[in-house]
Design a protein around this ligand. Structure first.
Ligand code: TZD
Ligand code: CA
Length: 526
């Protein structure tokens, strides 16, 4: 058996049969042997490749293979990798390396010091010391990604693939590595006692809960407790229905603002989130005196780096189940969902983002997965949307733009049958625009709503805060995305007004479509 055949057996055994990639010469000897039951999803830029793989991994919950070209392809992928780190997506990145005898002399396409290249983003990275160690190393890359819930990186010299595998090393083919992180009964009892003993407990729920399929369980827990719920700051997935009467919103990503939200609560229970992913730096006390914070996460690094509070590193799902049991059967009446306000109006020639999101809410199916990368429209979004199911919302987890458009492609590939709508700013779109081509090639029924305000709106808002209003480089006028879409083979339309937008969105797409709409610039908190 060749090293390459062993590699495909390992990938198949672990379910990595969809490969996202952009190949070069170093990768061809591997790809030449790709078996029939694998599919290769070609992306035209490595940022888009990783964004697609990230979306796919987030909806399937599984490791996904990413095939990059040497150091240059890896470099193009790095920005997108920052998002995969914070969404905890187990991507298995591989890059083709020059043949072994040529690496030291830095022949063209040598990946110099390859294992260092993706540090510190990749949780584990390596280049096998010899061809015989490639199968074991590939299995390790998969296990490392799964166990750490973090991307891993493997550089493989291309002369390795066609070497005969050492039969002894094929022992790795049958390996299974699973993590079981259930809390001890006493641990759950201790948390339950804290919650039941609290006068006014508050829940802070993170994106990890949605990733673990715990949206409904988290909702049931909050209802049993009748405790108010905030979503964790810098939210990348929604863990709770946003119009539920217990929902208070997404915590603002600043220390003092979070502390204010905790005012009057003697216990804050954080489930499935770091404490916390702040953004705007407003130093001060992390919490009011008298507020105890208890974090439950299976991310040991997130627990270790938190600046305050207690943490238990364990499976939040098991804790939720244990708490629900401890609380007994307190079935709450069906909640009255909070009605959205009237959308604000635009200025005649451009719509207010409220109007766009109200149109989405009223026209898109209730189970739509939204991938959002529009940074200045955050308040509008939560004001107008009504998301009641798990897997409804994806946002770039590190704030690295270029995720949204390709991730929508990956989400559609990973969950065929569930509608996907991407909401993308006219700034953000450019970082991942090549994803349109992949959507067209696969005829994916994704709606890309392009909000065109001609600005880097969020930057203009930030410029005000940072006393930098005269900073250059914050406008992006003159881009017609309908023509770009046409060039990539995606049907497109410019929605002239709110009624036109609604009638376009009401149609069920059979393939990808881009809907461009002019919007007024708003502030993320406005
Ligand atoms: N480059 C990358 C890869 N990520 C970033 N986050 C930025 C630059 C900086 N940036 C932001 O943080 S928001 C933003 C930029 C350029 C503006 C995005 O513009 P948009 O959305 O049109 O997508 P809004 O709604 O107009 O802000
Ligand atoms: Ca914009």
């Amino acid at each position: 058996m060749l090293v390459r055949d062993a590699a495909y057996e390992i990938l198949r055994a672990h379910g990595l049969t969809t490969i996202f990639g952009n190949p070069g010469s170093n990768e061809l000897p591997f790809l030449a042997g790709m078996p029939e039951d694998f599919r290769y999803v070609l992306g035209l830029h490595e940022g888009a490749v990783v964004g697609m793989a990230d979306g796919y991994s987030q909806v399937t919950g599984q490791p996904v293979l990413v095939n990059l070209h040497a150091a240059s392809g890896t470099g193009n992928a790095m920005g997108a990798l920052t998002n995969a780190v914070y969404s905890r997506s187990p991507l298995v990145l591989t890059a083709g390396q020059q043949v072994r005898p040529a690496i030291g002399g830095e022949a063209m396409l040598s990946n110099v010091d390859a294992a260092q290249l993706t540090r510190p983003l990749a949780g584990w990275s390596a280049e096998p010391a010899c061809a015989a160690d490639v199968p074991r190393s590939l299995a390790q890359a998969i296990f490392e990604a799964r166990l750490r819930r973090r991307p891993s990186y493997l550089s493989v010299p291309y002369d390795d693939w066609t070497q005969e595998a050492d039969p002894a090393t094929l022992a790795v083919l049958g390996r299974a590595v699973e993590r079981s992180a259930h809390p001890a009964t006493e641990e759950v009892q201790r948390i339950a006692a804290a919650v039941q003993g609290a006068k006014n407990p508050l829940l802070v729920l993170g994106g990890d809960l949605d990733a673990a399929g715990l949206f409904d369980e988290a909702t049931a827990l909050a209802e049993a407790l009748q405790a108010p719920v905030w979503a964790a700051p810098s939210l990348f997935r929604l863990p709770f229905p946003n119009r539920h009467p217990l929902f208070r919103g997404v915590l603002p990503a600043a220390i003092t603002a979070v502390a204010s939200a905790f005012e009057g609560h003697d216990l804050v229970l954080v489930l499935g989130a770091p404490v916390f992913r702040y953004h705007e730096y407003v130093p001060g006390d992390y919490a009011p005196a008298g507020t105890r914070l208890l974090q439950v996460t299976d991310d040991a690094e997130a627990a270790a780096r938190a600046p305050f509070g207690e943490a238990v590193v364990t499976d939040p799902g098991a804790v939720i189940a244990g708490l629900r049991k401890a609380l007994g059967d307190r079935s709450a009446p069906a909640p009255d969902y909070v009605a959205p306000p009237e959308p604000k109006a635009g200025d005649g020639s451009a719509l207010h983002p409220d109007q766009v999101f109200a149109a989405l809410r009223d026209t898109q199916p209730a189970d739509t997965s939204y991938v959002v990368e529009s940074t200045s429209t955050n308040s509008s979004w939560w004001r107008q949307m009504d998301l009641r199911r798990g897997g409804s919302y994806y946002f770039p987890a590190s704030g690295g733009l270029g995720f949204g458009l390709p991730a929508a492609v990956g989400v559609a590939l990973g969950q065929p049958g569930r509608p996907v709508t991407a909401v993308i700013g006219d700034g953000s779109a450019n970082y991942g625009i090549t994803g349109l081509w992949t959507a067209a090639q696969h005829r994916l029924p994704v709606t890309f709503v392009l909000l065109r305000n001609g600005t880097y709106g969020a930057l203009q808002w930030f410029a005000g805060i940072l006393d930098a209003a005269d900073a250059p480089g914050t406008t992006v006028p003159g881009i017609d995305f309908t023509r770009i879409a046409a060039g990539y083979g995606v049907e497109s339309v410019h929605a002239a007004d709110a009624d036109h937008l609604r009638s376009v969105l009401a149609e069920t797409p059979s393939g990808p479509r881009l809907v461009q709409v002019d919007t007024v610039t708003t502030a993320p908190n406005g």
